[in-house]
Design a protein around this ligand. Structure first.
Ligand code: SF4
Ligand code: FES
Length: 415
């Protein structure tokens, strides 16, 4: 099984595998009431469990929402255990334990045990700075399958500037060594932007030195805090293209040694990414308080209402909820998507990006050259990247309170 690719620590998940063949297992434990109609006959492949929004780091590129959920709203251990059992019974294959920083949950071991017993492939997405060796050993004993560590930079001083956390790099290197010593597969996540793009070559060297199986060169996607900080993060077109070409060459050179995944920035693209592999097609995201979302940024689409695992079974939400059915298939599409040959390939791109940039989630993702907003989006990228970077607005509760509301932020008015 190929782990789902992630675009960064807490960032966009690009589902590139097909969904699984169907709902399987003990469906009677999932339903109180029978789903009225099997609107989606196949189970999702992946579940992103955002266990908490607490995090010791304050990265400005974080894709968490600006409205961070409080600790007293988080699901209990028993509720997360139930989520894992339901996910396993639905036929979901992978669970990504993320956040915030998932190790901030004292019950992470119990959640990993439950996920493992439910037959899920468990991937811990961690900043690693608070992880101890005994805890990692215990997690491995409980069935943890894979560890993904984000590196804000490969230079300590710059990593500190990006994350507002001292000596994080030293600690991450230590934990990465423990991961490989324990025989766990390791992925290095490299969230790339204008303030560390010059270090892409060193990231690749480091991943090889650490014995990582996989390196994700994940150009930052502009959701959540990254959208707010775009003018501090977006690289120039030239920097972007050079880094992409370099990575392509390194991929060839390192075949059989290191798998390098790359997520390229949307703002310079001509065609959009098939975000989430299609809305409600292969992926579920659960927030710390239990809201079930089709993607991590879905709450920016304000007219959608999201069900909670505390009130409704996961399978019922997946099959029947209004939010998951809002953009399934192609019925909802407007022009140019609805008559386009690519509509079943990229699904019109990203709903949340369409919302953020155009103010209407049904519009074509402006990353597409056929979108009437595409030119403005590219011009914006060139303009922001061509000026000195703005200071970071770090991801923390104080800045969350002061951040502008989404309706104050669209680039251009709705069509
Ligand atoms: Fe994809 Fe829509 Fe652009 Fe066609 S018009 S390529 S379906 S985003
Ligand atoms: Fe792309 Fe929400 S982040 S659909």
């Amino acid at each position: 099984m190929r782990p789902t690719k992630t675009n960064g620590h807490f960032e966009t998940l690009v589902v590139d595998d097909e969904p699984t063949n169907g709902v399987s297992g003990r469906t009677e434990v999932l339903y109180d009431t029978e789903a009225s109609e099997a609107l989606c006959a196949r189970a999702p492949i992946g579940l992103l469990a955002e266990l908490t929004h607490r995090c010791p780091l304050q990265c400005s590129y974080c894709s968490n929402p600006l409205e961070l959920e409080r600790v007293n709203k988080e699901l209990t251990t028993a509720e997360w255990v139930s989520v894992m059992q339901q996910a396993g019974a639905m036929g979901i294959l992978q669970v990504h334990l993320s956040g915030g920083e998932p190790t901030a949950r004292k019950d992470l071991e119990e959640i990993v045990s439950a996920a493992s017993k439910a037959g899920l492939y468990t991937n811990l997405i961690t900043a690693a700075v608070t992880l101890t060796r005994p805890r990692l050993e215990e997690l491995a004993k409980r069935g943890l399958d894979h560890v993904q560590i984000s590196f804000q930079d490969v230079n300590e001083e710059n990593a500190e500037h990006i994350s507002a956390y001292p000596e994080g790099l030293r600690k991450k290197l230590e934990v990465a060594h423990w991961v490989t010593e324990l025989g766990l597969p390791l992925t290095i996540n490299a969230p790339i932007h204008r303030q560390n793009i010059h270090n892409v070559p060193r990231y690749i060297e480091l991943a090889v030195e650490l014995g990582a199986q996989r390196l994700e060169i994940a150009h930052v996607q502009y959701y959540g805090w990254a959208f707010l900080n775009r003018a501090a993060l977006i690289p120039t077109y030239k920097q972007t293209m050079e880094s992409i070409e370099f990575v392509e060459r390194e991929r060839e050179r390192l075949k059989g040694v290191l798998t390098i995944d790359m997520v390229v920035p949307d703002y310079y693209a001509k065609r959009p990414k098939p975000c989430m592999g299609g809305w409600g097609k292969g992926f579920i995201n659960i927030t710390p308080s239990g809201k079930v979302l089709p993607c991590h940024a879905a709450e920016t689409i304000k007219h959608l209402k999201f069900d909670n695992v505390k009130d409704r079974k996961l399978l019922d939400i997946w099959l029947n909820s209004d939010a998951f059915n809002a953009f399934r298939g192609t019925e909802w599409m407007k022009e140019p998507c609805c008559s386009c040959a690519f509509r079943e390939i990229d699904f019109g791109g990203c709903r949340c990006q369409a919302m953020a940039i155009t103010g209407d989630a049904r519009n074509t993702d402006p990353a597409c050259a056929l979108s009437p907003y595409h030119g403005e989006m590219v011009a914006l990228a060139h303009s922001e990247a061509g000026r000195p970077p703005k200071p970071f607005i770090y991801r923390n509760p104080r800045n969350a309170t002061n951040a502008p509301k989404p309706e104050q932020r669209p680039l251009v008015p709705a069509e």
